[in-house]
Every structure is written in structure tokens, then in C-alpha cells.
Design a protein around this ligand. Structure first.
Ligand code: 4AD
Ligand code: MG
Length: 464
């Protein structure tokens, strides 16, 4: 009996001497003089291909073989054999080969020679057929699954927070407006401004920058919760680490103070990395070929304790280090990526959790410290990528929350529901947000956020 298997299965020893059927996309074809063609097939189930040996004796060989070009899709039947060749344990001796979908060799953009990541970005619809993007996609999948496993195993409840919202969680004014108003002919109020009270929701609405405020409400009833969804930021920063649309994981934990929050963040990140190291070994080894210290770095991160350092101590280190930064260091500044990189890559050579930031540079919801100057914020920084997690203990005292909201000129009435959590059974609670793409950059060693998400959205780019 012929069984249907994947390329990943065909590459293992389990199916040796069995009659199998498999399908995939052709990576390469080589015709030998000895009466055979060698066709490499990949179906995305593994990084490596399976080599199929197609004998000239097949009845349709002459008519079909010239159409078996890179990018075409094929159906193969044959027998799995132990391979005498180096670097592969099995190969397939075809007894049947059929072309499913042709691929014009003259125009197919993926040639055997390697392509630059920049070029591949211009063909985002085909790039998943390369080793790099296949590996990224599999690792992204594994990390996503691992995120759910981690939280589910630890008793967290998964909560779906809204994509469309009226509140600006981070208070940074970087939101995309959601509207059905005709931009060419908008209703106007008495002062001549666009009247959003006539818009779909009867008020201004936006794509969410974070699910935190909503998930906090569920935390105040379910104790341990998390969201995992897309978030949007209209940051006009054309960097390799910022996307306008990215995925964020935000746990929120009741009866939890900042130091416990830091422990959760550290344990969580380590778990994601160790799952990839064991479950996506072949893909990680592939990335380790370009970035030869990758596996070593990841292993170190999993096995070492992260440094914990107050913002104030970090600024002191940066001021004393003698290095010339583009942005001058001083207490009260928002740390730039060059400062974060110095701390993780040169000073500590390890991930660092910074905490207790100046109140003036952090959002309204963070708990004020006794010093009155700092808030219980934390940022987890890693080498190369910089900030990968941002979080805090939340301000759970109604009066102090009110003060912070006033300070940041927030409309108290619009956030009344949020303040209610501090009116009825308020508890100390904390949480954080991990940027999925930042985590993937760190795990794969890929330097640009555009290459760890299938269809990147950045300033000026929304092509698909
Ligand atoms: O530090 P951020 O802005 O924190 C929050 O949104 C909090 N509400 C999280 C919370 O406490 N529940 O963002 C969290 C993380 C960052 O550390 C970073 O990894 C990622 O989200 N991030 C981005 N990733 C890609 N592109 C962007 N433009 C990003 N902005 C933030
Ligand atoms: Mg942040």
C-alpha cells in the first residue's frame, strides 16, 4: 500500500523501503548522464529537501522532465531508500512523477544562488519558499505555540482584547484612526473641525497600541490572564526594530509586585528560547551558520540569571563608562538603543532588566515609588535587539492614579472604567508586554524586523 507522507517524514529512517507518495515544490533539478535526473523537493515541513531519483525509464520521462523546473509543484510516488550520499539519510526512487503546477524558469524569481534579504522583501509572496523564510515561519509557529503552553501550564487564562479601541494605553499619541467618515466631505462641528461624534462609534476610535488596559479588567477577576494579538503603532520611525503592525503578548498578574513580575518575564523568555532550541534544532543550526555564536548565546541566556539594575544605577554606569554616545546620557533621559546595547553587549554581556524609571518618561498607569520621582517600570533588554519586554507594576491606588492622569492630561471621564478597578477591590498587580517580532529577531539572529513577520507593515510599506 502506498502511504502519503511529508518531506520531513521521508527524510527520517522510519519509512525506508516503504512505497510512498509525496508532493512539494521543486528546489533544483540535475540531469545526470547515467540515465537519471535528481530532483530536490521541499514542502516546508523541514529545512532540508528530499532528493528524488527519477529514472529515464519512466514512460513519461522525456515529455515531463524539462517541465520539472525550480518552483514547479510535483507529485511523486516511489520507494524510500537509505541514501549512499553524504548529508542525507534517505532518498526516493521514483516510480511515478507528475507535474501539478508549472513554473516558468525564465521568470521564476528564486534562483539557486542566494538572494539578499532586501530583494526577498520585494517578493514577500514567494519568499517563504527559501530556506531562511521557511525557517523563520516554522520558528514563529513554535514560539507562538510555546507562548500558549507556558501560560496555560502556569494557570493563566487567555483573554481576547479588542483591536478597535477609544483609549491610548501608552499615551504616546501614535495611534491609527479607524473611521468611516468620508475624508473628502467630512461633517464639521461649530469650530470647523471634523465632527467624530458622527463617526461609526459616535466618537474617535483607533487601532489598539496595547491590550493592557482591557486585560487588566479581566485580571481583576481571573487573577492570571494574558492577551496575544496584533497591535498597531503609527510611529514614524524607520528603524530595523519598529513595525507599524506587530504581535504582542501581555500577561497581567494580580497580587503581584514588580520583583515577581520580573521573575515571570525572565522565566517566560527562557522557556520560549529553550523550546525553539529543542524543537527547531535544524532551523536554529541553519541560522547558526551565518551567526556562528547564535546557539552559544541562546544557551547562555537560558542558563544564566538576568542582571537586574535600577535605571539610576544604569545611568551612572553609562556616565562613567567613557564611551561617546550620540545621545548624551543624564538622569531623566529615555535610554536610546545605543545605551541599551552598551549595557547588554559590552558591560554585562547578558540580558539586563532595568527598573524604577523616571515618572516623566513612562505612562500614567505605572505605580509611583516612595521617592516620588520614579515608577515601578521594568524593561528587559537583550544583546543586539535592545528592549524586548516592557512592563510595570500598576498604580492601584485611586488617588495617585488620578494624579498621574491629571499630570498627563488624560480625560478622566474616558478612563472612568479603568479607575473603577481601583474603586472596587483594588489589588497590587503587574504585567508586561513581549514583542513577538523582537523575540524572533533575538532567537534567529535576523537583524531586521521586516524579515521575521510574513507581511511587514512599516512606514511607506503596505503592499499586500
Ligand atoms: O514597551 P511597550 O510600549 O509596552 C506596552 O505596550 C505595555 N502596555 C505592555 C504591558 O505592560 N502590558 O511595548 C511592549 C513591547 C516592547 O518591549 C517591544 O518588544 C514591542 O512591544 N514593541 C514593538 N515591536 C515592534 N515594533 C514596534 N513599533 C514596537 N513597539 C513596541
Ligand atoms: Mg517600552
Amino acid at each position: 500500500m502506498t502511504i502519503k507522507i511529508t518531506v520531513a517524514e521521508a527524510r527520517g529512517i522510519e519509512f525506508i523501503d516503504r512505497d510512498v507518495r509525496l508532493s512539494g515544490w521543486v528546489r533544483t533539478r540535475r540531469d545526470s548522464k547515467g540515465g537519471f535526473s535528481f530532483v530536490e523537493i521541499n514542502d516546508g515541513t523541514s529545512l532540508g529537501n528530499i532528493q528524488v531519483i527519477v529514472p529515464q525509464s519512466l514512460p513519461n520521462y522525456e515529455t515531463i522532465i524539462k517541465t520539472i523546473t525550480p518552483g514547479s509543484s510535483v507529485l511523486i510516488e516511489g520507494i524510500v531508500k537509505k541514501s549512499p550520499a553524504q548529508g542525507q539519510s534517505t532518498e526516493i526512487e521514483a516510480t511515478l512523477i507528475e507535474l501539478i503546477g508549472e513554473s516558468d524558469a525564465a521568470t521564476y524569481p528564486l534562483q539557486k544562488k542566494g538572494h539578499s534579504l532586501e530583494f526577498l522583501r520585494s517578493i514577500a509572496h514567494l519568499r517563504v519558499r527559501t530556506n531562511t523564510f521557511g525557517a523563520v515561519a516554522r520558528i514563529r509557529n513554535t514560539v507562538s505555540y510555546s507562548i500558549h503552553r507556558f501560560f496555560q501550564e502556569n494557570g493563566f487564562i487567555y483573554v481576547h482584547t479588542p483591536i478597535i479601541t477609544a483609549s491610548d494605553c501608552e499615551g504616546a499619541g501614535q495611534m491609527f484612526r479607524v473611521t468611516v467618515i468620508d475624508a473628502d466631505n467630512p461633517p464639521r462641528n461649530n469650530s470647523g473641525k471634523v465632527d467624530y461624534s458622527q463617526d461609526f462609534f459616535g466618537k474617535s476610535s483607533y487601532l489598539t497600541v496595547s491590550g493592557q488596559l482591557n486585560v487588566e479588567t479581566y485580571c481583576a477577576g481571573l487573577s492570571k490572564v494574558y492577551t496575544f494579538g496584533p497591535t498597531f503603532r503609527a510611529e514614524n520611525s524607520n528603524t530595523s526594530r519598529h513595525a507599524a503592525e506587530f504581535w504582542m503578548i501581555e500577561p497581567e498578574i494580580a497580587f503581584c509586585e514588580l520583583s515577581e513580575n520580573m521573575a515571570w518575564a525572565e522565566k517566560f523568555l527562557k522557556r520560549l528560547i529553550s523550546d525553539v532550541l529543542t524543537e527547531r534544532r535544524e532551523d536554529i543550526e541553519f541560522f547558526n551558520r551565518t551567526d556562528t555564536t547564535l546557539i552559544e548565546t541562546l544557551n547562555n541566556v537560558v542558563s544564566s540569571d538576568f542582571v537586574r539594575l535600577s535605571y539610576t544605577d544604569a545611568v551612572a554606569i553609562l556616565e562613567k563608562c567613557g564611551k561617546k554616545f550620540d545621545f548624551k546620557v543624564g538622569w531623566g533621559i529615555d535610554l536610546q538603543s545605543e545605551h541599551e546595547r552598551y549595557l547588554t553587549e559590552e558591560h554585562f554581556k547578558s540580558p539586563v532588566i532595568l527598573y524604577d524609571y523616571p515618572r516623566t518618561i513612562k505612562p500614567f498607569y505605572m505605580r509611583l515609588n516612595e521617592d516620588g520621582k520614579t515608577v515601578r517600570a521594568m524593561d528587559l533588554l537583550v544583546p543586539r535587539v535592545g528592549e524586548i519586554i516592557g512592563g510595570s507594576e500598576r498604580e492601584y491606588r485611586l488617588d495617585l492614579l488620578g494624579e498621574r492622569m491629571k499630570e498627563q492630561k488624560l480625560d478622566m471621564e474616558a478612563y472612568r472604567w479603568y479607575a473603577d478597578l481601583r474603586r472596587y477591590g483594588s489589588v497590587p498587580h503587574s504585567g508586561f508586554g513581549l514583542g513577538l517580532e523582537r523575540a524572533l529577531m533575538f532567537i534567529t539572529g535576523i537583524g531586521n524586523i521586516r524579515d521575521v513577520i510574513p507581511f511587514p507593515r512599516t512606514t511607506g510599506n503596505c503592499d499586500y
